[in-house]
Design a protein around this ligand. Sequence first.
Ligand SMILES: NC(=O)c1ccc[n+]([C@@H]2O[C@H](COP(=O)([O-])OP(=O)(O)OC[C@H]3O[C@@H](n4cnc5c(N)ncnc54)[C@H](OP(=O)(O)O)[C@@H]3O)[C@@H](O)[C@H]2O)c1
Length: 288
Amino acid sequence: MSKVLVTGAAGMLGTDLLAVLAASPSFTVTAATRADLDLTSPAAVRAAVPGHDLVINAAAWTAVDAAETAEEEATAVNGAAVASLASACAASGARLIHVSTDYVLDGVASSPYPEDAVPAPINAYGRSKLAGERAVLSLLPTAGYVVRTAWLYGEHGRCFPATMLRLAASRETVDVVDDQRGQPTWSLALARQLVALAAAPDAPAGIYHGTASGETTWFGFARAVFALNGLDPDRVRPTTSAKFVLPAPRPSYSVLGHARWASAGLSPLPDWHDSLTTAVAAGALKPR
Ligand SMILES: NC(=O)c1ccc[n+]([C@@H]2O[C@H](COP(=O)([O-])OP(=O)(O)OC[C@H]3O[C@@H](n4cnc5c(N)ncnc54)[C@H](OP(=O)(O)O)[C@@H]3O)[C@@H](O)[C@H]2O)c1
């Protein structure tokens, strides 16, 4: 029986992680919300980690646009706090699975980024998350796992499909950008993958890409959300990023390659459309 500490346990991914871990007889779980364990307190982190074989860090500063004007605060959570978590894991011999993001990459490629692509973030959130990745990889060279995800949606948080369904209830048409490509990833599918990684003690440390297989644009994602919910997908209209300027620049190509899962004896996550179909059928996506 492996003892697991889940940080960020009340977040969208953290909530799904707890459900997946609870269904497995192989783990006993300590769930730490921000109220239980503020990761920016090194003393609290040092006290919380001992006694666990594994830490899964689902906590993060996730306000991408706010990070542009609060990079120091974002880095305190996504960089410095991750370093203290990694140090505490190193001191107590625990493995660490840390969740990161496609935003550490520059997003200008035209074929999927391999796990060893050179990071080059284009916004403050990406820089803050890269600081966390580097801390994990340097402090835990044989016991640190960085799992990058992207375009995450799920039952327990604000997310794109829920927003589309809310807008569909109040507008006839919705304009959605069609010039950013990525991999819509169901948080429950990612949670299952992280638990599979946790159960693979011989998996080599390092970077893995925890995004769905396949790829689409936000426009394609929105059309699928409409269609799977019995709404006319033609109510979604394509637009461009130039018409939707946000404080933080967004990568135009966020498609990640999945080759490294094979080294852990695992398959990549399922196809994005298959997972979306399952999530809708399970009633996981309501207007929010
Ligand atoms: N959502 C996406 O599209 C996306 C894309 C790429 C990567 N990711 C990564 O995926 C992971 C999970 O994201 P998510 O969407 O599940 O995020 P989320 O719903 O925002 O959950 C993050 C959790 O971290 C907690 N937290 C924030 N600061 C903390 C601190 N100082 N100490 C302890 N906990 C703290 C938050 O608590 P409060 O709510 O109380 O602040 C929240 O419960 C993150 O690493 C994120 O960077 C997400």
